[in-house]
Design a protein around this ligand. Structure first.
Ligand SMILES: NC(=O)c1ccc[n+]([C@@H]2O[C@H](COP(=O)([O-])OP(=O)(O)OC[C@H]3O[C@@H](n4cnc5c(N)ncnc54)[C@H](OP(=O)(O)O)[C@@H]3O)[C@@H](O)[C@H]2O)c1
Length: 365
């Protein structure tokens, strides 16, 4: 065996699911591993940190494989007996390509939890190759973007003539963002903001745009924000104008204003790395339990018609993300496979998000 990789099989009786969870020792990855076991899956957990994987493997009774993403042949060898890889190691602008390459080479279905538009663009560019090999490429099976993507498709079904789509979410409770999400936000600053206008991704400029949105408890101010849907909902719905909004805390508003001023400095890795030193630990289980997420969407058309929907679910970054990612894995393991680049709603339909426990949808008449 190559000295850079190690495989530990827990017992001879042990039967793994042909599903490899890469980045399993990360904040979200370890939660996904725990939930997987609870729902009866036995993923092979993997990553580059042997010590952390060993502990998790001991806790959950799962086989683990230690390998980095630096050597294409090693990744191919470690995933070639798998049906599906769920990639939970980010920021994905650095980690996605080697895993996608290996998945295409070994004909393994690829899932991740990215919301990074440059990554969606890269993965889309592999669509033809994936189709020719029968491989499904499904990025974005976390909170970003399953709930909003499913809502977008549902809205399109309610108003097929829709020309404009607005989506928003509001985290209500004490849970903050997972550490990986915080790091990724710093990494994405140099790519700028995006909205979709007449089918094209455009930079909306520095203007801070807000609107009042009623998530079910009266109107609150939401701020336009770059979110994965401006890329993906175009493929899921064909609606040419797309914007995302988020309800920001006072400290996040200040942070955003500050970044607006010093934004160009983030092109330097040293600056991004400096800010990443201030990344906070992810939410505790108790904070997650006390937090819910409200999602809202609206479509309009050129004749003044409108449809509006709300979706209610659990804490977003850890709980909802882990649930949706594993629900997607289960679909694929049960043969629900569409080769090529997919969005979650294209792959599994607008009601996919409602299959998750505790998620409800409300059409606003
Ligand atoms: N879709 C969503 O809604 C959603 C929600 C939450 C998180 N996320 C995304 O998920 C990712 C993970 O978040 P997290 O909070 O779990 O982050 P985290 O705790 O920082 O964990 C990151 C994981 O990625 C691994 N990793 C990072 N760079 C790597 C590389 N170059 N090669 C191999 N492994 C690498 C780390 O391995 P080491 O321990 O060896 O460094 C670790 O296992 C982030 O990109 C985040 O943006 C998305």
């Amino acid at each position: 065996m190559n000295p850079t990789t190690q495989r530990i099989v827990i017992s001879k009786k042990y039967m793994s699911t042909p599903f490899l969870l890469y980045g399993a020792n990360g904040f979200v990855g370890s939660e996904v591993a725990r939930l997987a076991v609870q729902i009866g899956l036995q993923p092979i957990i993997a990553g580059r940190n042997k010590e952390k994987l060993k502990i998790l493997s001991g806790e959950l009774g799962l086989e683990y494989r230690v390998f980095s993403l630096d050597d294409a042949e090693v990744i191919e060898r470690e995933i070639k007996d798998m049906e599906v890889v769920l990639h939970c190691a980010g920021p994905y602008i650095y980690t996605s390509k080697p895993m996608v390459d290996a998945c295409l080479k070994t004909r393994t279905h690829y899932l991740d939890i990215t919301g990074e538009i440059p990554v969606y663009e890269d993965i889309l560019s592999r669509d033809a190759e994936a189709k020719s090999k029968g491989v499904m490429l499904l990025p974005g099976v976390g909170f970003d973007i399953v709930p909003t993507d499913c809502l977008a498709m549902h809205l399109k079904q309610r108003l097929p003539s829709a020309t404009h789509l607005s989506l928003a979410f509001h985290s209500v409770g004490p849970a903050g963002l997972p550490p990986g999400t915080q790091k990724t936000m710093f990494e994405l600053i140099p790519f700028g903001n995006r909205v979709r206008i007449e089918g094209q991704l455009k930079d909306p400029g520095k203007e801070v745009k807000t609107r009042m949105i009623d998530f079910g408890e009266g109107p609150v101010e939401a701020t336009r924000f770059t979110w994965g849907d401006v890329f993906t909902a175009w493929f899921s719905t064909g609606i040419p104008n797309i914007e995302d909004y988020i309800v920001l805390s006072q400290s996040m508003k200040k942070g955003l204003a500050f970044i607006g001023v010093i934004g160009p400095l983030f092109k330097m890795a040293a600056v991004r790395n400096f800010f990443k030193l201030g990344v906070k630990p992810g939410p505790t289980p108790d904070e997650c339990k006390k937090t819910v997420t409200h999602v809202w969407g609206e479509v309009t058309d050129n004749s003044g018609n409108k449809a509006e929907v709300r979706l209610y679910g659990p804490e977003a970054g850890l709980t909802w993300t882990s649930q949706t990612a594993l629900a997607a894995v289960k679909k694929i393991l049960s043969g629900n496979i569409s080769p090529g680049y997919q969005t979650p709603a294209m792959a599994f339909g607008a009601d996919f998000v409602l299959e998750l426990e505790g998620v409800t949808r409300e059409d606003i008449e």
